[in-house]
Design a protein around this ligand. Structure first.
Ligand code: SF4
Ligand code: SF4
Length: 379
């Protein structure tokens, strides 16, 4: 089992595809150090073998070293998922000394102007490049996480080359998942079919060329798929997510399903929530399925796809994921991909602590896509 520990929703970046919920949790409500320490203990007792410390930006928590040290004491593998911009060599060494075993660093693009515009953080890209070097110098394995979409997919080859130059062992080419902030930004982010086909060719060629140097994870995005992915390896099967305020979710986007409620580690032990919590029971296994999933021979392969995507596109979280060509709504999804990818939209709704800040946010830290068009697919 794996656990995503979302230590905070605070983050200096404002990515328009952020997977955090639209209503972000404030620092005052976050679990305390003691609460996270016993949550890590409960996770280890439950059988969790790896904890991904994430956020928001997990390094804003000054107690991160203590939490990693506790994971190490309990023989749980620890991975840090970070935007990197708050790290320096001293902190990286301290995290490594505490027992950190792996770092996953996000890149918004291969070039500074565009990367900083997408992340809404001036100077962020250069800082990330420096941090990648520090991570490797500290002897930690590095994975680059590159979130790709219409405004950067044409630079995938550069992202691959950059990952090699930074000494990464793995590159995750992560197509945007369209819920939460990304759903609000679909028209500015959805890649075209042509872009996707070229990206797939680029990855296949790079995998051959870079065998033994760089492993590349790549999955065709749902909006262009014929069959859905087994989201989370199946709801409530081997993944648990704990939010900054301690809510326990079967998937990091589950709060986008607005007709569900989630128990918290402050209310019940993690194991009890996992075993029989209503949120975990609701879509666990195959008993909840309706047709066409119920009688489909792939129902224990993909578990009907993503519940959050089904809810976002149909209003019914129990519906077959429209990414599946057997879903009655698949045609709608195909049409949506076509219209959104052809939209003449490049401006973003940036992630912000308050949904009201979406429009006309005046912070000087927020950049717009470069006016020279270097963020457009043609360049
Ligand atoms: S996606 Fe961007 S804004 Fe969201 S947590 Fe990661 S770095 Fe921060
Ligand atoms: S019908 Fe359901 S189980 Fe069958 S492939 Fe589609 S999503 Fe998967």
């Amino acid at each position: 089992m794996g656990m995503l520990a979302e230590l905070t929703h605070r983050c200096p970046l404002s990515c328009p595809y952020c997977s955090n919920p639209l209503e972000l949790e404030r620092a005052a409500g976050e679990l305390t150090t003691e609460e996270w320490l016993w949550t890590i203990d409960e996770a280890a007792d439950l059988g969790v073998l790896q904890i991904h410390f994430s956020g928001g930006e997990p390094t804003v928590r000054r107690d991160l070293e203590r939490l990693i040290a506790r994971a190490r004491e309990r023989d749980v593998y620890s991975n840090l998922i970070t935007a990197g911009v708050l790290l320096d060599r001293r902190r990286i060494d301290a995290l490594a000394a505490a027992g950190l075993e792996h770092v996953q660093l996000s890149l918004q693009d291969s070039r500074s102007a565009s990367a900083d515009a997408i992340g809404g953080y001036r100077g962020g890209h250069e800082k990330k490049l420096a941090v990648a070097g520090m991570v490797r110098a500290a002897g930690l394995p590095l994975t680059i996480n590159a979130v790709v979409h219409r405004q950067n997919l044409h630079r995938l080859e550069e992202l691959i080359d950059l990952s090699v130059a930074l000494g990464a062992e793995r590159l995750e080419v992560a197509h945007v998942q369209y819920y939460g902030w990304a759903y609000a930004n679909r028209a500015a982010l959805m890649p075209t079919r042509d872009q996707l086909d070229r990206a797939t060719d680029t990855v296949e060629a790079a995998r051959d060329r870079l065998k033994g140097i760089l492993g590349i994870d790549y999955v065709v995005p749902d909006y262009y798929a014929r069959r859905p992915k087994a989201c989370m390896g199946g709801w409530g099967r081997r993944f648990v997510n704990v939010t900054p305020v301690g809510k326990v979710l079967p998937c990091h986007a589950a709060e986008s399903i607005t007709d569900m409620t989630f128990e918290a580690v402050r209310e019940r032990p993690l194991a009890a929530i996992w075993e029989d919590g209503p949120a975990f029971e609701r879509f666990r296994g195959t008993g909840w399925m309706a047709e066409p999933c119920r009688s489909c021979d792939r129902r224990e392969v993909d578990f009907g796809g993503c519940r959050c995507q089904a809810f976002a596109l149909t209003g019914d979280a129990a519906a077959t994921d429209p990414a599946c060509s057997l879903s009655p709504r698949h045609g709608h999804m195909v049409a949506l991909a076509k219209s959104e990818s052809g939209a003449d939209r490049r401006d973003f709704v940036y992630r912000s602590m308050s949904r009201r800040e979406h429009f006309g946010r005046g912070s000087s830290a927020v950049l717009r896509p470069p006016a020279d068009g270097s963020g457009s697919p043609e360049k």
